[in-house]
Design a protein around this ligand. Structure first.
Ligand code: HH2
Length: 298
C-alpha cells in the first residue's frame, strides 16, 4: 500500500519499522489509530465510553474493524476544555488499561500530557506515548525513553482553553514542521528511539491553517519520521461540509483521511475505524491503479 506515495506530492523511502516495546510496527501501509476517549466531555464522543464495559466493547469493535493502534485518553483537549488533575485522569484510564492487559491485538497508546499518567500507563504495558504537549516537558521524553516506547510529538499552540483565540502564523506548515523537528531532536537526544510527528490539526490553528497543513504534508514527511494525522470529526471538517454535529462529520473526515494518506501520512488517528479502513483501501487502489493488493504490499 506504500505505492500510495508514488501518487501525489510525497515521494520518499518508507520510514523504518518502529519497535513498540518488542512489537514491531512497519509503515509499509498506512496505519489506523482508533480513538477511545474515556472522558465525560470529549468534543465528539464525550461520555460515550466513560463506562468501563462500554469502553472495552469499543476496543473490541475497533479491533475487529482493523485498528492497528488504540489511543486511550482520559482528558479532553477540545478547544475551551477544562483540565483534569492527574488523579482524576488516572481514575479514568487505568481501569481500562488493567482490563486490557498485555494486548495481543492492536498496539495501545496513551494520549496524555502528564508524566505521571504516562509512566503509569507505560508500566501497565502501553506501547506508545501520544503527547499533545509535543514532548516539550523533559519528564515526558524521559518516560518514553525509559520504557523504550515510541512517542508522538504533536504541535499545539497555547493551551486548549485559549488556543483557538486568533492563531497567527507566517507560514504555518514551515513553522509547525520546524517546531516538531526541534522537539523530535530533543526527544531523540533524551533516548526516545522512535519519534512520530503530528502537526496537531485543530490545536491553535484556523480552519485554513489546517487545510494548508494537509496540502503541505511533504514538509512533514520530509522529516523522515512517521507522520500522524488526526482530522476525524474536527471543526474545520464541519466548516467545509456544513455539518454542525461532530458525530455526523463522517464523509468529510474520510475524504480528508484519504487525502492525508495519499499525501504521505503514516498513521491516521480516527473515531470511525471501519470507514477509515475502507477509505484507505480505496485511496491505495486509486494510487496504484489496480484493485488487487500486490504481495507484501499489506
Ligand atoms: N486530536 C485530539 C486528541 N489527541 N492526538 C494526536 N496525536 N493528534 C490529534 O490530532 C489529536 C490527539 C482531539 O480529538 P479527541 O480525542 O477526539 O477529542 P478530545 O480532545 O475532546 O477528547
Amino acid at each position: 500500500m506504500r505505492e500510495i506515495l508514488s501518487f501525489g506530492p510525497a515521494q520518499r523511502t518508507p520510514p523504518p519499522v518502529a519497535d513498540c516495546r518488542g512489537r514491531l510496527l512497519d509503515f509499509t501501509r498506512v496505519r489506523i489509530m482508533g480513538v477511545l476517549n474515556v472522558t465525560p466531555d470529549s468534543f465528539s464522543d464525550g461520555g460515550k465510553f466513560f463506562d468501563l464495559s462500554r469502553a472495552l466493547e469499543a476496543v473490541a469493535r475497533m479491533t475487529e474493524e482493523g485498528a492497528d493502534i488504540i489511543d486511550i485518553g482520559g482528558e479532553s483537549t477540545r478547544p475551551g476544555s477544562a483540565p483534569v488533575d492527574e488523579a482524576g485522569e488516572l481514575r479514568r484510564v487505568m481501569p481500562v488499561l488493567e482490563r486490557l492487559g498485555p494486548s495481543k491485538g492492536p498496539l495501545l497508546s496513551i494520549d496524555t500530557r502528564k508524566p505521571g499518567v504516562a509512566r503509569a500507563a507505560l508500566e501497565a504495558g502501553v506501547h506508545v506515548l501520544n503527547d499533545v504537549g509535543g514532548l516539550a516537558d523533559p519528564a515526558m521524553r524521559e518516560a518514553a525513553a525509559r520504557a523504550g516506547a515510541p512517542a508522538v510529538a504533536m504541535h499545539m499552540r497555547g493551551e486548549p482553553r485559549t488556543m483557538q483565540e486568533n492563531p497567527v502564523y507566517d507560514d504555518v506548515a514551515r513553522e509547525v514542521a520546524a517546531y516538531l523537528e526541534g522537539r523530535a531532536r530533543e526527544a531523540e537526544a533524551a533516548g526516545v528511539r522512535s519519534v512520530w510527528v503530528d502537526p496537531g490539526l485543530g490545536f491553535g490553528k484556523t480552519w485554513d491553517h489546517n487545510l494548508e497543513i494537509l496540502r503541505q504534508l511533504p514538509a512533514f514527511t520530509a522529516m523522515r519520521r512517521p507522520v500522524v494525522i488526526g482530522v476525524s470529526r474536527k471543526a474545520f471538517v464541519g466548516a467545509v461540509t456544513g455539518v454542525a454535529h461532530a458525530g455526523d462529520r463522517l464523509v468529510g473526515s474520510k475524504v480528508a483521511e484519504a487525502f492525508a494518506a495519499l499525501a504521505g501520512a503514516d498513521v491516521i488517528r480516527t473515531h470511525d475505524v471501519k470507514a477509515a479502513a475502507e477509505a484507505l483501501k480505496m485511496a491505495a487502489a486509486l494510487a496504484r491503479g489496480t484493485a488487487e493488493e500486490r504481495s507484501g504490499a499489506g
